[in-house]
Design a protein around this ligand. Structure first.
Ligand code: ADP
Ligand code: MG
Length: 278
């Protein structure tokens, strides 16, 4: 296989059930290096589950998830059956992937700098002095080097989420997964977080982002994927999805969003800009 053509992240025919309830069904998505995919869709459609399967925070039941070509989570035995891989191998395969959570998930009793060094010192055995230098660099990237010694509770929600992003960046990931990174924030704190994410996109970071911010999705996405009932039912450029939705379900979803967000706009100029069309 030509290594250039191997997607950074690939999900083929992925299925997942909770206690008999099918949450992902025949989920297919290839993410190429440098792509930003936004996952949109109604609550309960399986967006979080899809994201958590992508780095094996959840096991999946069917299909294959590959990170840079390597099968995630399972080994296939000679008889075709699959078995959960050793934790060591799972950790190796998902090493290029980092996650940003909706609720930040910072440790309240640890300073910002300790939260950000933790994935290196606890997870990877990086010596503390080296971890500290890398953590300060990650904090600088999100504009928070001056908050290194603060505790999470001393920061605004927007700042806490930027720490969450720094903690993901510190492992120097090749793919970042972000689950509704701004939905726990007061409205006036949303933009500072979206701006950080946009700057990562501009620098070429590969990302899969679950979001309800349609204006942001239109600006940042290489492709938008609309999920319903555990499946991607439409996937395309922001222009395709936002200006010419093919399915009635997406039309209804977008109409509802626009009705709820009377000030919300999806700016065609910006879509055009994102596509590199002058
Ligand atoms: P979304 O992020 O799109 O809102 P989720 O992936 O969180 O959707 O959930 C999809 C479906 O799976 C929902 O019906 C939800 O209730 C169910 N679900 C999610 N997590 C669990 C779990 N740990 N146990 C049982 N059901 C779950
Ligand atoms: Mg969710």
């Amino acid at each position: 296989m030509n290594p250039v053509s191997v997607p950074m992240l690939s999900l083929q025919g992925v299925g997942k059930a909770y206690a008999g309830n099918l949450v992902l069904r025949n989920f297919n998505l290839d993410v190429q290096r440098g792509e930003v995919i936004t996952l949109i869709g109604p609550s309960g459609s399986g967006k979080t589950t899809a994201l958590r399967c992508m780095n094996f925070l959840e096991e999946y039941d069917e299909g294959e998830i590959r990170i840079r070509g390597a099968l995630l989570g399972y080994e296939i035995k000679a008889n075709g059956q699959r078995r959960r891989e050793s934790e060591r191998t799972i950790a190796d395969v998902r090493a290029p992937v980092a996650m940003v959570f909706q609720q930040f998930n910072l440790w309240p009793h640890m300073r910002v700098i300790e939260n950000v060094t933790a994935p290196l010192t606890l997870g990877k055995g990086v010596p503390p002095d080296i971890a500290r230098v890398r953590a300060l660099k990650a904090l600088e990237r999100v504009g928070l080097s001056n908050k290194a010694e603060a505790y999470p509770a001393q920061l605004s929600g927007g700042q806490q989420q930027r720490v969450g992003i720094a903690r993901a960046l510190v492992v120097e990931p090749e793919v970042m997964l972000l689950d509704e990174p701004t939905s726990a924030l007061d409205p006036e704190l949303v933009d500072e977080v979206l701006e950080v994410i946009q700057s990562l996109a501009r620098d070429g970071m590969t990302m899969v982002i679950v979001t309800h911010e349609m204006g942001f999705a239109s600006k940042v996405s290489s492709r938008v994927a609309f999920m319903e009932a555990g499946q991607i039912i439409e996937c395309g450029t922001p222009r395709q999805l936002f200006t010419a939705p093919k399915t009635q379900r997406l039309r209804v979803f977008l109409r509802t969003w626009f009705n709820r967000n009377r000030n919300g706009t999806v700016d065609i100029e910006e879509i055009t800009h994102a596509e590199g069309v002058s």
